[in-house]
Design a binder for this molecule. Sequence first.
Ligand SMILES: [Zn+2]
Length: 251
Amino acid sequence: MEPLSTTAIVLRKVSYGDADLILSLLTETKGKISVIAKNAKKSVKRFGGALDLFSCIRIIANPSRSKDLLFLQEASLIHPYDHIRTDIHMTAYASYWTEIILLWVEEQDKQSSIYHLLEFALENLDNGHIHYDLMSIIFQIRFLVLTGFKPNLQTCGICKKPLDHINGLTVFDLSKGGIACKTCYHGNRAFYLSKGTIKQLNWIISDNIKLIQRLKISDQSIKESLLFLETFLPQCIDAFPKSLKFIYSLR
Ligand SMILES: [Zn+2]
């Protein structure tokens, strides 16, 4: 097997014995991988401080006897995104996004679009160009689209009445993953979303991600969207990220 040379983002880091670290990385070309960084704890120089959480790095890794673990040969820093680690809100959100990826992405399953989404989210969190609450909305909705869980926010899932013709608050039926008009909805697992919030979520789904920095969204819509996505996304991936509890405790 050839050595793997790629860019990667550090998702998780755990100690292994006295000297080594095991890291979970999301790579641009090979999906999620686990690497062992020999002597990384004993010699700081060995990897030049490139192994901090959320850092974007370039790596060379060699195969080992275990199919699921590679030897980290070299790692150099592309971007440390170090503002994130100095702010508790930013750290909480970055931990949530990386945990979602750890829970969902299979080992060595190429997911370049998810890699680029995470890179975009960390970059804009770090440089402060997008507020962390809005960035979390963008990350979650784009993640749902990329993983095939895009919510239906256009028409009632049953009678197909378009959003603009649905009066008052709109029901989002969690069990069906889409909106419904009040006449059609008879379940008991629903969210009520305002039309303004749904329109803004549709805009985030459909528009060029690079233009999103210009998006102005009301505080009420931010709250509504976060509450909705932090319920719907864990349901889609069938797991409750532990870092969500920490986010709740900060609010
Ligand atoms: Zn209907």
